[in-house]
Design a protein around this ligand. Structure first.
Ligand SMILES: Cc1cc2nc3c(=O)[nH]c(=O)nc-3n(C[C@H](O)[C@H](O)[C@H](O)COP(=O)(O)OP(=O)(O)OC[C@H]3O[C@@H](n4cnc5c(N)ncnc54)[C@H](O)[C@@H]3O)c2cc1C
Length: 399
């Protein structure tokens, strides 16, 4: 009997890969191995709908048990892969069993970066179970300190305000989400959070966390009931690294998402691939979705280069942020009514490379879709027309 295809990591990318393999007609044995006890699920609702209490796990699982069974996908849950032997094409699970594979996908994602000391009043947010623990701790009047002004911290702050918590947010840098967002959007986020009553402190450093307070380096003491730490993600590369696969900040892959070991691919948050000539990881829904699907096709021998456009979204209060493509130094701003914004990123020939939209609700979605088409069209654009909200993007697309 032929060895199976195995996917390690039953999260978004891994789950999407398994479903794609079946959709594409693979009929051999297929095993999806996870260390969480749940079916594969999408994580964006963890800081939004799940915390608010408006959705539950079934609402954002990639599939239900019946579908997995119907597709004959063997899901091994709560049983992490502990050893990988690429030469022998086999791996071992925590329960001791060895499994041989014909092809392997590593989609092991990451975990929340943690502070050195564990403390009862400090919570993190990466998994469904962590989100449930946080949800039960957020009550009206809870004094919450959020450490980290990136997306997770900002979304938790927004949701916690909606639940009636008192929120202080600490950011070590000079602006919010400064690593990934342009200054004008950081400023809009800051204004929005302050409008909603979050006490946002920039350029602050944490000295210590006590049972009922957070101490800053400058001596200030912030009394609180709960601390949520959102200081980034730690990619789960240890299994690959111990097996001798090439790793950097993630598991390194070539243009086809192949790792340095034969028959092994990587996808999702853990995957370090070249974008614009530089190795990088993308920690986004869109990337997990696209790479999971892509790796599945290549496991089936298609040999397709991965060239999907990057992009992400974030929802905070009643505003939405959407990006597509890459940010270049040349940016054109289109102000829209009510403080909404579109930013266009151009190359030296004035062709669009990326775009960012900030608007109430889902207001930027249509424009960002058009930007995606403008990026694909590779046409030189007139910057005055881009900046002018009277000129429709559809018109620019028609040339
Ligand atoms: C709270 C939150 C909110 C988010 N919101 C947004 C958003 O609004 N927009 C957006 O674009 N993106 C968002 N993201 C990012 C997006 O969810 C991730 O990029 C995506 O989940 C990555 O998918 P993945 O499959 O690579 O990793 P994961 O979904 O993390 O899946 C990896 C799985 O592999 C498991 N695993 C690890 N090691 C092993 C092992 N040895 N054996 C077996 N299993 C293992 C992990 O436990 C995990 O279950 C959010 C993420 C979080 C945490």
């Amino acid at each position: 009997m032929n060895a199976p295809l195995i996917i390690v990591g039953a999260g978004h990318a891994g789950g999407r890969a398994a479903l794609t393999l079946r959709e594409e007609g693979y009929t051999g044995r297929l095993i999806l191995i996870g260390d969480e006890p749940h079916l594969p699920y999408e994580r964006p609702p963890l800081s939004k709908g799940l915390l608010q209490g408006s959705v539950d796990l079934a609402g954002y699982s990639l599939c239900d048990r019946e579908r997995l069974a119907a597709l004959n996908i063997e899901h091994i849950a709560a049983n992490p892969v502990t050893h990988l032997q690429p030469e022998q094409q086999r791996l071992q699970l925590a329960d001791g069993q060895w499994l041989a594979y014909a092809g392997l996908l590593l989609a092991t994602g990451g975990r929340a970066r943690r502070l050195p000391q564990a403390q009862a009043n400090v919570l993190y947010l990466r998994t469904h179970d962590e989100a449930l623990a946080l949800r039960s701790a957020l009550r009206p009047g809870t004094r919450l300190v959020v450490v980290g002004g990136g997306f997770i911290g900002l979304e938790v702050a927004a949701t916690a305000r909606g639940l009636g918590c008192e929120v202080t947010l600490l950011e070590a840098g000079p602006r919010l989400a400064g690593r990934v967002l342009p200054p004008v959007i950081s400023a809009a986020l800051l204004a929005l959070h302050r409008q909603h009553g979050v006490d946002v402190r920039l350029n602050v450093a944490l000295e210590s966390i006590q049972a009922d307070a957070v101490q800053l380096v400058d001596g200030q003491l912030l009394p609180c009931d709960l601390v949520v730490v959102g200081i980034g993600m730690q990619p789960n590369i240890e299994l690959a690294a111990a097996a001798g696969l090439e790793v950097g900040q993630g598991i390194r892959v070539d243009a086809q998402l192949r790792t340095s070991a034969a028959h092994i691919y990587a996808a999702g948050d853990v995957c370090e691939f070249r974008l614009d000539g530089l190795y990088q990881r993308q920690e986004t829904w869109r990337n997990a979705e696209a790479q999971g699907r892509h790796a599945a096709l290549n496991l089936l021998g298609r040999q397709l280069p991965f060239d999907a456009l990057p992009g992400f979204w974030s929802d905070q209060y009643d505003w939405g942020l959407l990006t597509v493509g890459v940010m270049t130094p040349t940016v054109v701003t289109r102000p829209l009514p009510g403080g909404a914004l579109l930013l266009f990123y151009l190359d030296a020939e004035s062709r669009m490379q990326g775009a960012c939209g900030w608007a109430p609700g889902n207001g930027a979605a249509k424009d960002i879709k058009l930007c995606e088409r403008l990026i694909g069209a590779r046409i030189a654009l007139d910057t005055a027309s881009l900046a002018d909200s009277e000129v429709s993007l559809k018109q620019l697309l028609r040339g």
